[in-house]
Design a binder for this molecule. Structure first.
Ligand code: SAH
Ligand code: SF4
Ligand code: F3S
Length: 495
């Protein structure tokens, strides 16, 4: 067995071919170098990882931070760090625009500190146009990698440092290292990671997506769907729980199709059932569920589980059958309503949230009113509403009859109103009740010597603010929801 203790790795040896050993070899090498650089500077080297986008990216960033800490960097809140990594998102155009602006800002920081390393990774880097633009307009960037090889950070950093240190000719001093893979079926386990919270954590159960919804760029930038072995997932959850984690969020673009292609496959429902029986776990969440693959088995497992939160995020995208077909979603509005019926029959108190896109190409007023009608009928607990964004390379981008901006905006506002109404109605129905909450954050420091404001999360994902003390963070407490303030509550701890 290869020794994963970084101090014992002989960095003089040739790098092993197999993973994760190869990365541990490079981590040990980088660690020696980082220690030397720190000695020259007379202080520890600092890192800053900035994450854009979804839970998947947040999870990836925890892995990047794990490697950075293993090689001797310390976390730094601001972007004035020795290495800054932007883990990017490209799901909508505005995600992209935001990143370009921020890279410009990093360029200014680098002028003040030429030793600084700038790395970009994540979904946007899987797009050739984005990489071209960075190569041409942001030449100070040191490293670009994608979504498929984030596990290689140590090896890539070694290459960047190698370029810097070995080549003293000024014109060669700065060479951008670019390593982007189109796709991969590789899943590298057992790499370090730094969890953002001590009490809750995300767990990847699968990567990529095979659905090719016609508006969506994710399958192009995250590759084909592949599942982790269930034994690895369950082991990770057990290890987390023994380190104090009480809530896990199982992550995948379409968790309901978990398990396909595994040598020893199990269904997502079965995986949940096994996770539910892990000793010490208190809450299990998962996202995202695609309606087309939501099974009766899953509903049954949820209904009979002890720890699975009574909340499902079930993106509907549209209420018009014609648009759903054009989106390649493989269900109708009636199918969706049937699922809602089944979920509520099995769990009357379940919270249902969704994603909706307004202004998909060819969307008419009639299509849009079908969406409004569906939302009224379901009465969502909340919804993420998005204005359709054209993503180059997706089938929808080539569709004629893109809906004019002003029409989309007006529809978007009408949708928000409907969603707001149902959210408020659902939330206010809980006022006066006592519910279990996971205490997540300190809102305000103690001001009268002993009490401070805390934020807790309900099973349905809403937040409640109440008086307590900081050592309650990470605990499950019963809190009375005294007052509903629309999307959150004010409460008090039930003695
Ligand atoms: N895999 C998840 C969603 C991932 S992306 C699922 O299928 O449910 C998160 C959300 O972003 C999607 O549900 C969709 O509502 C929205 N989205 C994706 N592509 C978009 C686009 N081109 N324009 C606007 N919203 C988009
Ligand atoms: Fe995108 Fe559809 Fe895959 Fe979700 S299921 S990531 S919306 S292609
Ligand atoms: Fe964005 Fe990539 Fe997630 S495009 S939404 S970060 S999968």
């Amino acid at each position: 067995m290869f020794d994963l203790n970084l101090d014992n790795i002989d960095t003089g040896l040739q790098a092993p071919e197999s993973e994760p050993h190869r990365q541990y070899h490079y981590m040990a090498k980088c660690r020696k170098l980082v220690a030397k650089l720190a000695a020259v500077k007379g202080r520890k080297l600092k890192y800053h990882v900035e994450t854009f986008g979804c839970q998947m990216n947040f999870k990836d960033s925890e892995k990047l931070e794990g490697v950075l800490e293993a090689i001797g960097f310390e976390a730094e809140e601001s972007e004035k760090a020795d290495i800054v990594i932007y883990n990017t998102c490209t799901v909508r155009e505005n995600a992209n625009t935001k990143v370009y602006g921020r890279i410009g800002y990093l360029g200014k920081l680098k002028k003040q500190n030429p030793d600084m390393l700038i790395a970009l990774c994540g979904c946007m880097m899987q797009e050739a146009v984005a990489v071209e633009k960075i190569k041409n307009s942001y030449r100070f960037v040191d490293l670009i990698f994608g979504t498929h090889n984030i596990y290689k950070l140590a090896e890539l950093l070694w290459k960047v440092y190698g370029n810097r240190l070995s080549d003293n000719r000024a014109e060669h001093r700065h060479r951008m290292v670019i390593d982007i893979w189109k796709d991969t079926d590789r899943i590298v386990e057992e790499l370090p990671s730094v969890l953002k919270y001590k009490f809750k954590a995300g767990v990847n159960i699968m990567f990529g997506c095979n659905n090719f919804c016609t508006y969506c760029i994710v399958p192009y930038v995250r590759g084909r769907e592949r599942s982790r072995k269930y034994a690895d997932i369950l082991k990770e959850i057990r290890d987390m729980v023994s380190n104090g984690i009480v809530e896990v969020m199982l992550l995948g673009q379409n968790v309901n199709s978990y398990g396909k292609g595994l040598e020893d496959p199990i269904s997502f429902a079965e995986l949940l059932k096994q996770a539910d029986s892990i000793d010490g776990i208190k809450r299990i969440r998962f996202m995202t569920s695609h309606p087309k693959d939501l099974s009766d088995e899953l509903i049954d497992v949820m209904a009979h589980s002890r720890h699975i939160c009574r909340h499902i995020h079930l993106p509907v995208q549209s209420g018009s059958d014609r648009i759903l077909k054009a989106m390649n979603r493989h269900y109708t509005a009636a199918d969706y309503m049937k699922l809602i019926g089944k979920l509520r029959d099995a769990m009357p108190d379940i919270a249902i949230t969704t994603d909706i896109i307004v202004g998909f190409p060819t969307e008419t007023e009639e299509d849009f009113s079908d969406t409004l009608k569906l939302c009224e009928e379901v009465g969502f607990d909340s919804a993420f509403t998005f204005i359709y964004s054209k993503r180059t390379g997706t089938p929808a981008a080539a569709m004629e009859e893109q809906v004019p901006d002003d029409v989309v905006k007006e529809r978007f506002d009408r949708l928000l109103e409907v969603i707001q109404r149902s959210s408020e109605k659902r939330a206010s129905s809980l006022a006066g009740k006592t519910v279990e909450v996971l205490v997540e954050e300190l809102d305000r420091e103690p001001n009268d010597g002993h009490s401070c404001m805390l934020t807790g999360r309900l099973e349905n994902n809403l937040l409640v603010h109440f008086k307590g003390c900081p050592d309650m963070i990470g605990k499950l407490l019963n809190v009375k929801l005294d007052e509903c303030r629309g999307f959150y509550f004010l409460g008090s701890i039930e003695e």
